[in-house]
Write a protein that binds this ligand. Structure first.
Ligand code: NAD
Length: 478
């Protein structure tokens, strides 16, 4: 299948792109409900008309199977569009703030009026080349903002296809794709934007925040990090293993909310590890079985040879130290590595080279036995705030305690990853895992300015005259 090539946008054209979108914002045509809905629907057509090409592009970029592309990249986008098209009239309405106002102000129609912030800049990562670009774009379109999209150069087929399709389906005066790397992004970041939504690593997140501070541009940073799992003594180990390993296989762990390490109460640690290895055997029969990890439609390749070598280095070091429990099957050529389990000690910082400190972003699962749930909480609180936190326990009270005593972008009881697609929930991190949020209404909110409105007609003059000098007795007692 023919796909467009990834040709970086000449840096010299960026000022013209920026001015074009600024003019569109200034002429206010992106403000109307009809315009927003039309472009949202066009975005759905962009995906539905070009599914074969999109599947092919993601396969070339990530080696993902059809199931994975459909379920975790495209399906969430189409559902977000459906929600925004349906709910937009309600989202755009002024929001009354009557009840909390004191009586005098209640008569002045206190309310929130929602306005687009301006031309948005959306910068995305390689691991979800469609979802992490188009769901932010849905928020921008819904809010009435034009947008420049800068997809990742490390997903070149998807990014180039996006650059070809966006001007065919969306208003080219309002939506533009800039292809490229640091040079193009740096040029974009010289400018003032209505809002920047960045998804990627904490390292680049700091560069974005630094540049945005210079132009006072508001930002949303969707970053990564290590998302822990707590397995309590009363967890259902079989269900936990199945749910855990089925999310871990998705994109081979290259997901920002993929469970990164498992803190398991030590009285069930051996049982838990055994249950995980048994579950892996039933999930993925050995190659050449068509459902093996190496060929399954549900898994993916490691993104680069360096990424594969990094995971293998974790495993080799763990083996040397006698901590390797299960080594997944390997297909070096296709960069596929099966889920692998490593058993660590809670108090052995720095062991197995970096695995405890760095985001794993791959199929290695470190299991760390801890004394109890309190010890797990202490372990988590001694580290940067995670994007997602998972608690597996037969008792809801354990979950409630963990929610209250830890900070994380989201927290889920007994399952993994679903908080990102619940639609009604904001998606975002806290502290080192990012700031701000989007998805559904929160995407609309992120790109909108919520303007406070108060109306004080002249006939209210008797009510308002108390503050005019000279101050009367009534004025002094107010
Ligand atoms: P990255 O930070 O390396 O790159 C992200 C974007 O930043 C790319 O478009 C890239 O071109 C650009 N970029 C890179 N260096 C830059 C620089 N010096 N100046 C300006 N722009 C620069 O991230 P990645 O490797 O593409 O993605 C993986 C990371 O993203 C992981 O940490 C993962 O957890 C995180 N992630 C987070 C979410 C989320 O929603 N929170 C989703 C997906 C991925």
């Amino acid at each position: 299948m023919d796909l467009p090539s990834h040709i970086p946008t000449p840096v010299s054209t960026i000022p013209e792109i920026y001015e074009r979108l600024q003019s569109r914002f200034a002429d206010r045509s992106t403000y109307s409900l009809d315009y927003r809905r039309y472009n949202l629907k066009q975005l759905a057509y962009l995906i539905n008309d070009n599914k074969d090409k999109i599947f092919e592009a993601v396969k070339r970029d990530l080696g993902s199977g059809d199931f994975q592309i459909q379920m975790s990249d495209l399906w969430p986008i189409l559902h977000e569009i459906e929600l925004a098209v349906k709910r937009l009239p309600g989202w755009m309405k002024d929001e009354g703030r009557l009840w909390d106002a004191i009586f005098t102000f209640q008569t002045m129609r206190p309310r929130i009026h929602k306005q687009p912030k301006g031309v948005a800049l959306i910068i995305g990562p390689w691991n979800y080349p469609w979802q992490c670009i188009l769901i932010p774009l849905i928020g921008a379109i819904a809010a009435g903002c034009p947008a420049v999209i800068k997809p990742s150069e490390l997903a070149p087929s998807s990014s180039a296809l996006l650059a070809q399709l966006v001007p065919q389906y969306l208003d080219p005066e309002a939506y533009a794709v800039v292809l490229g790397q640091v040079e193009q992004t740096t040029e974009l970041l010289q400018r003032k934007w209505g809002h920047i939504l960045f998804t990627g690593s904490g390292r680049v997140g700091k560069i974005i925040a630094d540049a945005a501070a210079k132009t006072l541009t508001p930002t949303t940073l969707e970053l990564g990090g290590k998302s822990p799992v707590i397995v309590s003594s009363c967890a259902n180990l079989k269900i936990t293993a199945k749910r855990l390993l089925s999310i871990k296989q998705l994109n081979t762990g290259q997901i920002c909310v993929s469970p990164d390490y498992i803190l398991v109460c030590k009285d069930v640690a051996d049982d838990f590890i055994r249950t995980c290895t048994e579950t892996l055997d039933t999930f993925f029969p050995h190659a050449p079985h068509p459902q093996s990890y190496l060929t399954s439609d549900m898994t993916a390749s490691l993104h680069t040879s360096a990424a594969l070598e990094r995971q293998i280095a974790f495993l080799n070091k763990a083996e040397e130290e006698g901590k390797l429990v299960h080594r997944g099957e390997l297909d070096q050529e296709r960069r596929r590595l099966g889920i692998s389990i490593v058993r660590l000690n809670a108090n052995a910082e720095g062991e197995v080279g970096g695995i405890v400190e760095e985001e794993i972003f791959g199929p290695v699962v470190p299991v760390i036995p801890v004394d109890d749930v309190d010890a797990a909480i202490r372990y988590i609180n001694a580290r940067p705030n995670p994007l997602a936190l998972y608690v597996c326990s037969g008792k809801r009270s354990v979950f409630t305690k963990v929610i209250a005593e830890t900070a994380s972008g989201s927290a889920t009881w007994n399952d993994f990853g679903f908080a990102t697609i619940a639609r009604s929930l904001p998606f975002g991190g806290v502290g080192d895992s990012g700031w701000g949020s989007y998805h559904g209404y929160d995407g609309f909110r992120t790109f909108s300015h919520f303007k406070s409105i108060l109306e004080i007609p002249y006939i209210f003059e008797p009510l308002m005259a108390f503050r005019y000098p000279p101050i009367t007795t009534i004025g002094k007692t107010v």
